[in-house]
Design a protein around this ligand. Structure first.
Ligand SMILES: Cc1cc2nc3c(=O)[nH]c(=O)nc-3n(C[C@H](O)[C@H](O)[C@H](O)COP(=O)(O)OP(=O)(O)OC[C@H]3O[C@@H](n4cnc5c(N)ncnc54)[C@H](O)[C@@H]3O)c2cc1C
Length: 302
């Protein structure tokens, strides 16, 4: 039986793992993708001590740090947790490859992209529709693309896309862009970006590939707009479905206290999957380490 199973290999889970490894805990780290969402960040400029770094470079640095403890960490990369079940004396963590028992669990599974759930979205995903500008922008070189959404994710994607695309159109159903003021300024002044406000996206059309977007304006008039690529950036949803016995808020975020404990003894959560207010790398790193320290304290008290 493990002392702890960490679910999630983003900044929260990786940071927790370094702390658990340094305390010589008998633990395992399960990560769908080691590095988590950070690899999707084109530029990170708010991580203390590192002025400017790409998400990929930052993940490489996290990896190297984790490598120092490879002998201690039982790493299961690419193995996904399907369910966490309560047992006598702990928990059973069921994956797509097996089941493992543990005294404590740390959930650090982050978030996944939200879908619009409209006509044509599934049909044209990967056929013109993408959810990751950082990963797929180079495929849209010199093309006219649309970013759906009006918050930080959409603005980040649009600014990144200007490095490749010929024209970038941000389409938001809100009356204005909302979020980080400097990103907003950059989007509104970038000659490649056009912002279309009060426009609701209602369908995607095409044949083999996506060809157009159907938009409805504030006046209720439907407009068919030709496009060569769409990036859907309407926010994120917590990946908390694998556990059903801890308290969650209205949108499924796991509720934690100041020690990152959930309302179930033996289960902690950290990072973007939780109700913590701000979703940032430095915060996820801090929350992960805080949870790990508390888990060590708990295990030592048993
Ligand atoms: C486009 C974009 C740009 C961003 N830019 C910045 C920025 O500039 N600065 C900044 O501070 N923050 C930025 N962020 C936010 C930052 O990436 C997140 O706050 C941070 O990655 C959260 O870390 P996390 O460990 O909580 O979750 P994540 O990074 O989401 O990692 C979750 C981990 O859990 C794993 N996982 C999920 N479900 C399962 C499962 N069932 N079984 C096994 N493993 C599972 C995943 O594979 C992954 O390893 C950005 C985010 C995006 C999307």
């Amino acid at each position: 039986m493990f002392d702890c199973i960490v679910i999630g290999g983003g900044p929260a889970g990786m940071s927790a793992s370094v702390f658990l490894a340094r305390q010589k805990m008998n633990f395992a780290l399960f990560a769908g993708h080691l590095g988590g969402r950070v690899v999707w960040s084109a530029d990170v400029e708010n991580y203390l001590g590192i002025h400017h770094v790409s998400g990929v470079q930052l993940v490489e640095a996290f990896h190297k740090h984790l490598d120092d403890y490879r002998k201690v960490i039982d790493l299961h990369e690419g193995e996904n947790i399907l369910k966490v079940v309560k047992t006598t004396g702990g928990f059973s963590v069921q994956t797509d490859r097996g089941a493992y028992s543990t005294r404590t669990v740390l959930i650090a599974t982050g978030t996944d992209h939200r879908q619009l759930d409209i006509e044509g979205e599934n049909l044209f995903t990967n056929k013109g529709i993408s959810y990751c500008a950082t990963c797929e922008a180079p495929f849209f070189s010199e093309k006219k693309v649309h970013v759906i959404g009006g918050g930080n994710s959409a603005m980040d994607a649009a600014l990144f896309l200007t490095k490749y695309a010929k024209e970038v159109h941000i389409v938001t159903m809100n009356a204005e862009l909302s979020g980080d003021e400097s990103m907003k300024r950059n989007c509104l002044t970038d000659p490649k970006i056009t912002v279309h406000t009060s426009m609701k996206t209602v369908a995607f059309k095409g044949n083999d590939l996506l060809e157009s977007i159907v938009l409805v304006g504030a006046d209720g008039v439907e407009k068919i707009v030709p496009t060569e690529g769409v990036f859907i950036e309407i926010g994120l949803k917590p990946q908390s479905g694998m556990i059903d016995f801890v308290a969650k808020d209205a949108i499924g975020q796991i509720v934690v206290d100041a020690h990152n404990q959930t309302n179930t003894e033996g289960v902690w959560a950290a990072g973007d999957v939780t109700s913590v207010l701000y979703k940032q790398i430095v915060i996820a790193v801090g929350e992960g380490s805080k949870a790990a320290l508390d888990i060590v304290r708990y295990l030592q008290s048993l």
